[in-house]
Design a protein around this ligand. Structure first.
Ligand code: DP6
Length: 325
């Protein structure tokens, strides 16, 4: 009988962004980042021992099938090899994976896929060897594969600094999440390339200081919770990251016309309601919104008014989402 091990891990969205690396090979970030773990967006990885041949990847049967690019596959299998070396495992395996969200929607799946790959491999290799890694050690190992994936090992608000990965205590609980999809398809510049490119921007000078200031401000804004101030802080941070992209040499960017249209609706909503969601963007054209639990009605109102007729939206709010979580 073949031996099989599985793990499922969530994605996360950064509020203070990891952008720029001190060490490209080891994925050491130039600045500390903080994210919110998105429990409803997950990758499942299943690892099965092979009789012979090389490690290989397959897509698991799923409602949301996806293909991996050649570079993506190289990075994925390269990370698997790294984990095998850590445990001293020499067997070969079939690695099968699937997301519980559509692949062509342009939301980051690298965090959940690398976290799930690391976790499944650790589960398998701890079964096959005597070595044991703690959750934080697994997260640190996952960061070698893809930096942002290390934050997916802990729930809620998670901080990743050069030295450590830790949960941040806060008054933020069970947030609702929406991604408004204004564009799908493969990115022209991957986030790994973006980390290199931003160093050519004149605005990279001072970036560490700016992100550190926002990070310490954020910590003051989460206990007790100062929602509007937090919104303004998180807003400034995503614009800072996208300004780095647009001022790199050569400049590059992810905004589409729809990105600005949605941003306008969010400004209008906040102005009218004197309340609204935290707004952020990844290295992509889509808008991520986070709402407090007690803002559910407000979130549905925003969706009904501005989103429903025009954009596709993925959410963990039942009245809004379309994916089967
Ligand atoms: C914009 O973790 O994808 O999402 O370490 O090269 O795999 P690698 O980069 P990756 O970068 C994520 C960048 C970001 C911001 C963030 O998640 O903090």
């Amino acid at each position: 009988m073949s031996q099989t091990w599985s793990a499922s891990m969530p994605s996360n969205i950064a509020l203070i962004k990891y952008m720029g690396k001190k060490d490209v090979e080891k994925n050491i970030p130039t600045n500390a980042s903080i994210s919110w773990t998105l429990d409803h967006l997950t990758t499942q990885v299943r690892i099965t021992k092979k009789e012979s041949g090389d490690d290989e990847w397959q897509a698991l049967p799923s409602d949301y099938p996806f293909e991996m690019s050649e570079t993506g596959l190289k990075k994925f299998l390269g990370h698997f090899k790294r984990i095998k070396e850590v445990y001293g495992v020499t067997d070969t395996f079939v690695i099968a994976s699937a997301n519980n969200f559509p692949a062509d929607c342009g939301i980051a799946s690298s965090a959940s896929s690398f976290a799930a790959l690391t976790e499944a491999a650790c589960v398998a290799f701890e079964d096959l060897t005597d070595k044991k890694l703690s959750v934080v050690e697994r997260a640190q190992l996952s960061a070698r594969g893809s930096g942002s994936s290390c934050r997916s090992f802990l729930p809620g608000l998670v901080q990743w600094t050069e030295e450590e990965i830790s949960e941040v205590q806060s008054d933020l609980k069970d947030l609702h999440h929406m991604v408004i999809l204004v564009g799908a398809g493969a990115k022209k510049v991957s986030s790994s390339e973006a980390h290199k490119m931003v160093k050519t921007s004149p605005l990279f000078n001072g970036r560490v200081e700016r992100s550190e200031n926002r990070l310490s401000l954020l910590k003051q804004q989460i206990a007790p919770l100062e929602w509007k101030a937090l919104y303004e802080n998180v807003w400034a941070e995503f614009w800072d990251m996208h300004s780095l992209f647009e001022t790199s040499q050569p400049p590059f960017g992810y905004f589409l016309p729809g990105t600005l249209q949605v941003i306008e609706t969010l400004r209008e909503f906040w102005d009218n309601e004197k309340d609204g969601p935290l707004v952020t963007m990844d290295a992509g054209p889509n808008l991520h919104l986070l709402w407090r639990k007690d803002q559910k009605e407000l979130a549905v109102k925003y969706f009904e008014t501005y989103v429903k007729a025009k954009w596709t939206c993925l959410s963990n709010i039942e009245e809004v989402g379309f994916a089967k979580f």
